[in-house]
Design a protein around this ligand. Sequence first.
Ligand code: CMP
Length: 397
Amino acid sequence: MAATTSTLRARVHATLRHSDDSRSGRRWRAFHLLVLGSGLLAVALSSVQSLPDIVDHLLAVVIGLVAAVFLVEYALRLWSAPESPRYGGLSDSRARLSWAFSATGLIGLLAVVPAFAITLSAIKADSDIASIFCILWILKLSVHAPAMTTLARVISNERATLASVLIVFIIVLVAAATATHFFERDVQPELFGDLPSSLWWAVVTLTTTGYGDVVPHTIGGRIVGSVVMVSGILVLALMTGILATGFAEEVRRREYLRVWDQVVKVPMFTELGTVTLSEIVGKLRVRYYPPRFVVVRRDEPGDSMFFISEGEVEVRLPRDPVRLGQGGFFGEMALLDRLPRSATIVTTRPTTLLVLYASDFYEIAAHIPSLVAAVEKEARRRRQENEAGRIVSGRTA
Ligand code: CMP
């Protein structure tokens, strides 16, 4: 009985996980987005004053239903929290408590607050307060963004550089506010009479927002203003550059690890030395395919070859089809012979492939001759096999 509960709990946890690639996981995410979208739309519409009563009522029902779904989701996530590897070694109740106080747990709780409020009739779902739900529910959208953790990691990686730029920003801000206060305090005492008011102008100018509500009138004030505006552009450009570079680096690092995980499943690669292996890892891309997916079509031009790290494909040849499994490769003939694809290739089950583009293939041919020699040898064998098959089927016909 305990084992059954644990299996069910593990399955529920896997399905609710946002990175889960199973069919049930994808269905759950689509349903969750639909519910979230309907909820947000209903809340936005419910803030319109002149809607007929019946529409108001309908919207209240939708909001109540969405809140109920979030309540059930929260309960399921709380129940299945002990399955998370993050809480390995903790007791069930401690794991649940840790999850409840995590960012996802708190966002989940904030999203069900309306459900509690409606149930307790503290507020009516169609009241104006309902629009507050919108703010709470929109937070749930963040868990659908796969790059959210990457962004957090980038900010953490670049925190020293970002802090330096922030300090420059603060120095320019305070210096500009003080200088403008000095130049403008007599001409516009109501706007620049004290430092906090000048700081407001400096923030608006430095961030290049420029409301135009406060404008320096003296020559000195305008010169300071010009310097602040240019500094603002520089500081923002610097921030954008740091974040963009950090983001690109983090994505590249993750992709490298993802490829490495798959590369070690292909014996052809593991036989290479570590240095050669790390060179090839940088050139491969991981692609996931569902069953019965046509990866390569006969007679189409070929711009890449594929290594199978997981799953299986079927090579549809004029005679009997051939199956290639983990560690196999295909698509090499078009690159070697510079001819169109010689066969159609279809996945037979969920398959993970490592793609090597033609330009990288030709580059590797120069650097790692042993790998390309092995590919060429197999291509020769396949050509002979196909030729023999053609002769046999020609005779049979
Ligand atoms: P390409 O011609 O680029 O595209 C189709 C691929 O099918 C081909 O490269 C080979 O990789 C693969 N292929 C062709 N013939 C055979 C065979 N007899 N056995 C296994 N794979 C083959």
